[in-house]
Design a protein around this ligand. Structure first.
Ligand SMILES: C[S@@+](CC[C@H](N)C(=O)[O-])C[C@H]1O[C@@H](n2cnc3c(N)ncnc32)[C@H](O)[C@@H]1O
Length: 413
């Protein structure tokens, strides 16, 4: 439902008419506005008042507002051929969306970047040709983008646009391919609603990044949502990642008491959970090559390493400063991307690829081990235990080591 659906249903065209409707129906004006703008189905007591004034039946109201619950869905399904006959008439004469041909503005041996609107570009790409999609769209927060795009759409407009590119990306994915979408949790809930009908849900990853100041009467928003879905029952690729044990920054000592379990910790580190605490804030000055929006390289390194292999194809519709593309290139994935605005920053990053290679190398060296090399040194200096110094460790010299069962410890429990 969008704001116009709601206004049309009440037979009003502007706020003056809506105030009039509020008086007639006895439904508070602010509440009517809220239902319209937030696309919320009215409360039961308000429904009755709305039906009384409009003379509609509830089914008609639901159809007009696009609020299709499962009872109504069953009804529609059972009458699908009659409905199709009616729709066919409306569909006739509607122009087909053209499939255009685009030329990349920038190209490497592995990748192609298009300075285009992602929606027609997606339509031009072969279906089921991509192994991994990563998308970080604008969040509709009225930000100013260099592309000059409108970042203050109505909720209905934003969701309609979102649905179009999301479904396009679903078509692009190969069977077994994976899709990740980075957004604010509020939009994540709507995007999940679209994706749940087409793909298999794997995770709602909470990336612990504080992005706003605390607001009164609200919880402090401290995470971005990273939706992770797969086409079909299971992913073609899942390369699990392990994190080092958290230690005291100063002395390298344990933060938690592992008691008798130290020797059972997996020497490759702690299982990565669906809460990611270790990403630096988005506005990290060191990796910032332009004013805003650039995601941490660590995030893309993790996603791309986890859900694709060398030679696979990665697609990102919202290039921004090209984090996905530079990481894909370094990790030897083929990549395709679009960016509506200027692409000079992306090209600049490729000129500076050695810097990025070094960062990626450091990231990779810091994972899949219980202690990083740096932490090991501090621990040795401060006489702290290491896997190989434990008596019963599978990595130590004990005869019992082969029978020791490793346990999983999750971060921050
Ligand atoms: C949040 S930023 C992406 C940042 C990127 N993940 C990075 O790490 O640099 C979103 C980008 O999408 C671009 N954009 C917005 N609408 C677009 C569209 N329809 N097609 C292609 N790019 C678009 C914006 O210009 C902006 O640069």
């Amino acid at each position: 439902m969008n704001i116009n659906n709601f206004y049309n249903t009440l037979n009003v065209t502007n706020d003056t008419d809506l105030k009039e409707f509020a008086k007639k129906s006895g439904v508070n004006f602010r509440k009517l506005k809220y239902y319209a703008e937030e696309m919320i189905y009215p409360n039961r007591s308000d429904i009755d008042k709305i039906l009384a004034v409009t003379g509609l039946s509830e089914i008609e109201l639901q159809l007009r507002l696009g609020h299709i619950n499962s009872d109504l869905m069953k009804l529609l399904s059972s009458h699908s051929s009659q409905i199709l006959d009616i729709l066919k008439v409306d569909e006739q004469g509607k122009p087909e969306k053209p499939i255009l041909k685009f030329n990349p503005i920038f190209q490497t041996e592995l990748g192609k970047l298009y300075q285009e609107d992602c929606i027609p570009l997606i339509r031009s790409l072969p279906r089921e040709s991509v192994d991994l999609v990563f998308a970080d769209p604008p969040f509709n927060l009225n930000k100013s983008y260099e592309s000059g795009m409108n970042d203050k759409l109505t909720k209905a407009e934003y969701l309609q646009w979102t649905e179009e590119w999301v479904l396009g990306c679903v078509d692009l994915l190969k069977e077994g391919g994976s899709l990740f979408i980075w957004n604010l949790p509020v939009w994540g809930t709507h995007i999940s609603e679209i994706l749940n009908k087409h793909l298999t849900f794997r995770h709602w990853i909470a990336a612990d990044i504080k992005y706003r100041l605390p607001i009164q009467n609200r919880l402090y928003p401290a995470h971005y949502s990273l939706l992770y879905y797969t086409k079909g029952e299971k992913p073609n690729t899942f390369n699990g990642e392990r994190l080092p044990l958290e230690v005291c920054r100063h002395c390298g000592g344990d933060i938690r008491d592992y008691g008798g379990y130290k020797d059972k910790l997996n020497p490759l580190g702690i299982n990565l959970s669906d809460i990611w605490y270790d990403l630096s804030p988005v506005r990290h000055s060191k990796y910032k090559t332009r004013t805003s929006n650039e995601l941490p390289l660590k995030l893309l390194e993790r996603v791309i390493s986890m859900a694709s292999n060398e030679g696979d194809t990665v697609f990102d519709p919202f290039g921004g400063s090209g984090t996905t593309f530079i990481v894909s290139e370094i990790l030897k994935r083929k990549w395709i991307g679009s960016e509506l605005g200027p692409v000079d920053t992306i090209q600049e990053r490729f000129r500076d690829i050695e810097f990025h290679e070094k960062v990626i190398k450091d990231i990779q060296e810091g994972k899949n081990k219980l202690f990083t090399d740096e932490v090991r040194k501090i621990r040795i200096k401060n006489n702290k235990w290491l896997p190989e110094t434990l008596k019963n460790s599978p990595n130590g010299n004990s005869k019992r080591s082969a029978s020791v069962k490793q346990i999983e410890i999750f971060p921050k429990l």
